[in-house]
Design a protein around this ligand. Structure first.
Ligand code: KG4
Ligand code: ZN
Length: 337
């Protein structure tokens, strides 16, 4: 089965074509980073308009890359939520309409399910059951994954998501947008041991997270420092270590509590090299293994949507021809396959 995937939930337009036998045939992406940079964050209305602008040219590019015609796809998958309503509507309208005109089924995919299943696009793919650490700009959660659509949330962030904490701290350090990768790059210049940040909520039982205190801690540390570039780098490193350590400790707790030793990281913060290193060595010490998608499939992309949609369409999932998107959508409401 060949499925076209469309991602437009936030600030990236992603189009991909996935073939259940041959794998990924094409993937094209347009990032809106430059567009939102001057505002220091995503402006929803600008995001929607940019998706309108780039969606059709990217579709053409993807079909050209795959070397197939539009009539040669068997289904369409688009992100139906969670995300920005206007942005989601662009992909959903295009996806549904295209599917209708071609007489093929369409399915609305949960963005976080896309992230969660993205490691399965890789050569070294995890097998169910596994523990998933989902760390994106909007979500931080640990889930027990027994199969497609079988997600038990073990713990979530009570306030800022990990990516959001990276972005806000970067903004405070005046590093620009999007903050996560810039802060991570600066942290490479940081000197270990200069500052020590707290590891929020590790003394309490449970698998909940809280990251909003770390940005306040970073602000206070910044105000007490000499404000030099070196100090910023030292703060960036101490902040990154605190986030990574906290995510590692909670993931280890999830492994020990469930007895499931296969760990998956996905979502934008999954691109963070320190996080990958720490989680990988922890998982090995626990007798398990860490799986993650290639860096470009950690952040938003069409491939993960095409893949998740393909699994759902193959399992026979059907939907009305209504165009339905949701800004909020709890993962546990998903239909299991
Ligand atoms: O999954 P994603 O592309 O979008 C959402 O679904 O939210 O995640 C974007 C988030 C942003 O907060 C970004 O700063 C963060 O992922 N991010 C990183 C890195 N690359 C992206 N955070 C830390 N280190 C990175 N290397
Ligand atoms: Zn995402």
């Amino acid at each position: 089965m060949r499925v076209l995937g469309i991602e437009s939930s936030c600030d990236e337009t992603g189009i991909a074509i996935y073939d259940s036998e041959k794998g990924l045939l094409a993937h094209a992406l347009h990032s809106q980073v430059a567009l939102h940079a001057e505002y220091g964050g995503v402006v929803p209305e600008l995001a929607s308009r940019d998706h309108v602008r780039y969606l059709i040219p990217l579709l053409d590019k993807a079909f050209e890359q795959a070397g197939i015609k539009k009539t040669e796809i068997d289904g369409v998958a688009y992100t139906a939520g969670p995300g920005l309503m206007g942005a989601l509507m662009v992909g959903a309208c295009a996806g549904r309409s295209l599917a209708y005109s071609l007489g093929v089924p369409a399915v609305g995919v949960h963005h976080m399910e896309g992230h969660l299943l993205a490691p399965m696009l890789e050569h070294k793919a995890p097998e169910f059951p596994f523990i998933a650490l989902l760390v994106s700009g909007g979500h931080t959660l640990l889930a027990k994954v027994d199969g497609v659509g079988q997600y038990k949330i073990l713990g979530e962030s009570l306030d800022d998501a990990a990516g959001e904490a990276f972005d806000k701290t970067a903004k405070m350090l005046d590093l620009g947008y999007p903050g996560g990768p810039i802060l991570a790059k600066l942290a490479e210049q940081g000197r270990p041991g200069i500052y020590k940040f707290p590891r929020p909520m590790i003394d309490r039982p449970g698998l909940e997270f809280s990251f909003s205190g770390l940005k306040t801690f970073a602000l206070n540390t910044m105000q007490k420092s000499d404000g030099s570039e070196q100090s910023k780098a030292d703060i960036a490193l101490a902040f990154e270590e605190a986030v990574v350590d906290t995510l590692m400790i909670k993931s280890r707790r999830a492994i020990r509590e469930t007895g499931i030793k296969t760990l998956v990281i996905a979502g934008g913060v999954g691109a963070n090299q320190r996080l990958r290193r720490e989680l990988s060595s922890m998982a090995e010490k626990e007798g398990g293994q860490l799986y993650y998608p290639r860096v470009e499939f950690c952040t938003d992309n069409g491939a993960m949507i095409a893949y998740a949609g393909c699994l759902r369409l193959q399992a026979g999932q059907t939907e009305d021809i209504k165009i339905n998107v949701r800004a909020r959508w709890p993962m546990e409401e998903l239909v299991s396959l």
